[in-house]
Design a protein around this ligand. Structure first.
Ligand code: HEC
Length: 120
């Protein structure tokens, strides 16, 4: 009986640890994708009218509408030239209007740039 109790205690502990690890892992992955102030600076250096609202809109579309048919693709797996081409087909598939299209395009290009430059 005592052994059984010990066994469950240990299992509980292991369960708790694995939930914690998963939680930390998820948060870390998500945080790197949310547009940061640094991303806004990078965006504005390229498109004067870009701002946090535009990048956040792009991020939300990327996470929600762009995942209708597949998981969110790894942004840094594609070059800038790839993304420009990809967005021509995918923007159409996701039925984006021109504002949404630019928001997603700016979001992925900026995120790609900041992720590949050491994730600032
Ligand atoms: C109507 C369905 C649909 C929607 C909506 C959609 N995609 Fe896709 N996407 C596909 C299919 C089908 C493929 C090819 C199979 C695959 O790679 O999963 C693909 C492939 C891709 C690829 C890989 C391209 C390659 O050459 O490797 C990327 C990146 C991508 N999509 C990004 C997006 C983005 C960003 C959005 C939102 C603007 C989006 N997709 C919305 C259907 C869709």
């Amino acid at each position: 009986m005592k052994e059984l109790q010990e066994y469950f205690k240990k299992r509980k502990y292991l369960f708790f640890i694995s939930v914690l690890v998963m939680f930390l892992f998820c948060c870390k992955a998500a945080q790197t994708l949310i547009p940061s102030n640094y991303d806004v600076k990078v965006a504005q250096a390229r498109w004067q009218t870009s701002n946090i609202d535009e990048l956040t809109k792009g991020y939300n579309i990327y996470e929600n509408q762009c995942t209708d048919c597949h998981d969110a693709k790894e942004i840094k797996d594609y070059s800038e030239a790839d993304w420009i081409k990809i967005m021509k087909t995918m923007g159409h598939k996701a039925k984006l209007d021109s504002t949404q299209y630019n928001a997603v395009l700016h979001y992925v290009l900026v995120k790609r740039q900041t992720l590949t430059a050491g994730n600032k």
